[in-house]
Design a protein around this ligand. Structure first.
Ligand code: AMP
Ligand code: GLY
Length: 422
């Protein structure tokens, strides 16, 4: 069997998990990663190119004719049209085009799509004019009210407002002070949904959509869901609250309908669609879409995937996902994020890290923000290390993950102690 060389774009825990899984495939040869991190460097050759530097990525591919395929991890290069540009030059890529990635990059686009095609989501209005938005809010009697900046804002562009004053303040921040830059040109104001959240990642080749095992993400910085929103402080898979009845409903009324809706708009989505659901009783509604693997959901989902990931990526690109039968291990997986104190706000970088010498069976350390400086492993981001553990039960996996979390040491280490505590 010919082994094929790959380029992965990104450098977080998600990309480390994708590379870790790809490296197990007999179809995969050498892996390059731009920019990667210290953990990824053990499996791949890291190249010093940022994920959004499209011209440098193109140049690198032109100079490396041995690379068979590129896989894009993060959202920002997708919304900048990296996939379109590489495909236009004849390169093989896993990831959605710029038009398809609007599902994540524009909340106005995704809300309008859901409304037009009757996909269940929170009721909403969109505004591009500050005074009209204020007038609308004055007429609202039910709080909390949710205000969202239209564009990508590192997960910070969503405000849950408890009263009129907070809503006014939020609109001012987003639309007038441009706290999230151009992302705040337009806003979505929507109804607050109660319930519990579920993350479902699904492979899509533009025709077939195949959901992966569900996951739960913990977005707030501190225990008991207190503190600021982060990119995610931990996950587990499967999500015990996502029952077969929810799964069936979501497949028919949300997953399938989303692909059909995009096709009706002339958009073929090839890659991973991430559905953020709110579940309440029997109801499943879409909170958000992302156009990529979730981080840190991927770190809990891929360790459970039994299929060869390279084979799945190939099937997506060649539009024969209908031939794939996704299979997941019965074992559960828990991922605990170790962050740098201060995250998601200010935090120090380049703090030395020590890792345990040996890991028990079923436990993997994925690096998120790490670097190697003068032969010393150091922190290089807000989320630093992810520990993923497989176990017979969630509790078993949880215990294994926290045991190793204790053994990873760096100054100002911050973690939630209640990940997967059911
Ligand atoms: P989004 O980027 O749209 O997923 O929003 C980020 C987070 O804000 C979600 O994961 C939810 O925790 C929360 N959120 C967003 N929209 C709503 C809503 N309509 N009702 C309740 N919570 C929401
Ligand atoms: N964990 C949420 C995200 O990847 O956006």
């Amino acid at each position: 069997m010919e082994r094929k060389n790959l380029l992965i774009i990104g450098g977080g825990g998600r990309e480390h998990a994708i590379i870790w899984k790809l490296a197990k495939s007999p179809h995969v040869g050498k892996i390059y990663c731009a920019p990667g991190n210290a953990g990824i460097a053990e499996l791949a050759e890291c190249v010093n190119i940022t994920a959004t530097d499209i011209s440098a990525i193109l140049e690198f591919l032109k100079n490396h004719p041995d690379i068979y395929m590129t896989v894009v991890g993060p959202d920002d290069p997708l919304s900048l049209g990296l996939v379109d540009k590489l495909e236009a030059e004849g390169f093989r890529v896993f990831g959605p085009t710029k038009a398809a990635s609007q599902l994540e990059a524009s909340k106005v686009f995704s809300k309008n799509l859901m409304q037009k095609y009757d996909i269940p989501t929170a009721n909403y209005e969109t505004f591009s004019d500050y005074s009209m938005a204020i007038e609308f809010v004055k007429g609202q009697k039910t709080y909390p009210l949710v205000i969202k900046a239209d564009g990508l804002a590192l997960g910070k562009g969503v405000l849950i407002c408890e009263n009129f004053e907070e809503a006014e303040q939020g609109l001012k921040q987003i639309m007038l002070d441009k706290a999230f830059g151009e992302a705040g040109q337009n806003v979505v104001i929507e109804e607050f949904l109660k319930g519990f959240e579920v993350s479902v990642l699904a492979f899509c080749d533009g025709k077939t959509i195949l959901p992966m095992a569900s996951a739960r993400d913990y977005k707030r910085a501190h225990d008991n869901d207190i503190g600021l929103n982060t990119g995610g402080m931990g996950t587990y898979s499967p999500n015990d609250k996502y029952l077969p009845k929810h799964e069936e409903f979501a497949y028919d009324h949300i997953l399938k309908k989303t692909v059909d809706a995009l096709n009706s708009e002339g958009i073929k989505f090839k890659g991973v669609i991430f559905f953020g659901f709110m579940i309440n009783g029997d109801n499943v509604k879409v909170l958000e879409y992302n156009a990529r693997f979730g981080d840190p959901e991927t770190q809990s989902v891929l360790p459970r995937l039994e299929n060869d990931l390279m084979e799945v990526f190939e099937a997506v690109i060649d539009e024969r996902l209908n031939e794939i039968d996704l299979r997941f291990k019965e074992e559960k997986c828990v991922t605990v994020v170790l962050a740098s104190g201060g995250y998601p706000e200010k935090y120090e970088k380049h703090i030395p890290i020590t890792l345990p010498d040996k890991l028990p069976e079923g436990v993997t350390i994925f690096h998120a923000g790490t670097a190697m400086i003068n032969n010393q492993l150091v922190t290089n981001g807000g989320r630093v290390i992810n520990i993923s553990a497989l176990g017979k039960t969630i509790e078993d996996a949880r215990k294994k993950a926290y045991k190793i979390a204790k053994k990873v040491k760096f100054k100002n280490k911050h973690l939630r102690t209640d990940i997967a505590k059911l």
